[in-house]
Structures are given as structure tokens and as C-alpha cells.
Design a protein around this ligand. Sequence first.
Ligand code: AN0
Ligand code: CP
Length: 321
Amino acid sequence: MKTFINVQDLGDLKKALAEAAEIKADRFKYQHLGRNKTLLMIFFNNSLRTRLSTQKAAINLGMNVIVLDVNAGAWKLETERGVIMNGDKSEHLLEAIPVMGSYCDLIGVRAFAGLKDRDYDYAETVLNQFIKYSGKPVFAMESATVHPLQAFADLITIEEHKKVQKPKVVLTWAPHCRALPQAVPNSFAQWMDAAEDIDLVITHPHGYELDPAFTGNARIEYDQRKAFEGADFIYAKNWSCPGVANPQDYGKILCEDMDWTVDSAKMALTNHGKFMHCLPVRRGLIVTDEVIESEDSLVIPEAANREISASVVLKRMLESL
Ligand code: AN0
Ligand code: CP
């Protein structure tokens, strides 16, 4: 595997899930694979889970790890080609990328959507430059439009906790005070759609329609309470306007209606449903304390499975070196 961006990169999902279970049962089984290999993780944005879980996965595989926080000590990087660099950016990504590539065997990149220019974000301009110019296998650690390590961990978590063969999984928009990217819901929808035995329903206010390239055969239900009825899993997430119908609204907050917060009354409509969120989560906006602290909250095991999804991805990449 030379890139990890979309669900298709992993091939057969059932096989990938079996590999995840195998690694979870014996995390150090493939420790020989990473000997004398170096992972470089590059962060343009903050992280807790991705940083720690991916580093842990690399250590389990016997790798060495270098972490670079671009905004904390590196030169400020220009990402656009053709500009006269007389501002505050000292180095261009076009030099920085091959230099970084020369120090490692695999590269993970976190570079969130800027949420200003839809075309720039949805073209995955920064991630694609890493793929093109680093000369090394590259995986997304949340790029402008996708967060596949999260979606894979979510799928593993659903597989572990499902009580019926084909669970009803509801992706619900929830309110937030800041404009957030669409990467998490995009990937979640893409991965749930690709997993054959999941009934995916997406609920959000009008105007928050995700790009159909990610939602596939998912059903859209604008009435959140109706969507929750009989659900086995509730996956909450805020996202800003994807700009599908109205490109001028891209990245905007269109709704602040607190009636979309996930609370116990809504969870009572489900089929004793489990609550999921990728974290970090703002309590009181996305979800009530009561729901996230309840026995049906999976947020901690879900985050723990990030080590497992990262292990499978790094293993696959090491095998293809
Ligand atoms: C980010 C987002 O919504 O994409 C990261 C989530 C994993 N969240 C925030 O910036 C709060
Ligand atoms: N869920 C997730 O990716 O968390 P971080 O932003 O803390 O890495």
C-alpha cells in the first residue's frame, strides 16, 4: 500500500478487519517489519489521539518515529506555487517535502481544510504534493477532506460492538461554536457505505449535505429524531457547510440550533444504541454529560482502536517497501 486516503486503498474490508483483530490480540506480532525503518509524522494542526496512537502503532511495529509540528519550530511553509515569497513564510513546501522525504521511509500528514476555498481543499492540494514530491508512501492523518485512520477505527469499533448482523448506523450533525472540517463525516460515510452489512442514515439540518462522492447509498433524513428511531449506533459530529448546493456557503456555520445536541431523550428513541464520537468533543454542544458518560458511550474504546487501525495501515505500508 503506497497511499492511505480512501477506503479502497485497503482493499477487501473483511480481510482488513480480520487483520485488525489479529493485531489487537497480539500487538507486537509484526515487530520485525519496522526494524531500521523510520516514520515521519508531520502536523500542520493540533492532535492528541492521532499523534499518540500512530506513534504507538509504529513502536509496536519496531519503527523509529520522528514528529514534526510545522507550527512549532519549523520554518513557516508556503503551500501555493507561483507566489513571490516576501511575506512571513520562509520556505516552500516544494523544497521542504523532498527534504523531509529523504529522512524517512513512511510519511503521515495532518493538514486540515482551510475552509476558505472549496476547490483548493477538495483537490487535496497539500496532501497530493506530499504524494508527488516526497518519494515515500504517504498516509492521511486527517487531510483536507478525509480522516481514514479514524473511520477505520470506527468500523473496527462497530464490528466489535454490533449485536445484529446489519446494524443501523446514524451519522448525526450536532452544533459547535467553531467551523469544523468535513473530513471526519466524509470518511465515516465513505467507510460505512463501503462496509456491505451496515445500514447508514445521515441526519443534518438543510444545507449541510455532504459531498455525494462520500455518502454513496446512505439515506438522508432531515428529522433527527426520526433518524434515531431503532438505531444501533449514533455517531455524532459537527461539520461546517460542505458547499455542495451553494458553493458560496462553503466552510460557514449555517445552523446553531441546540435542539441538535445528542441527549438522553433522543438516545431513548434508539435500539439501546451506542454513542460514538471521534473526539475531541465539546460537551454541552455536541452531546450531554449524561450520554457521553453513560454505559452506552463507546468514545474511549473507539479512541483506543486508533492504535489498531494505525497498526494495520503501517504494517501494510511496511510490507510494500
Ligand atoms: C477536528 C475536526 O473536526 O476535523 C479534528 C477531529 C478529529 N476537530 C476540531 O478541530 C475540534
Ligand atoms: N480523533 C482524532 O483524530 O483526534 P486528534 O485530533 O486528537 O488526533
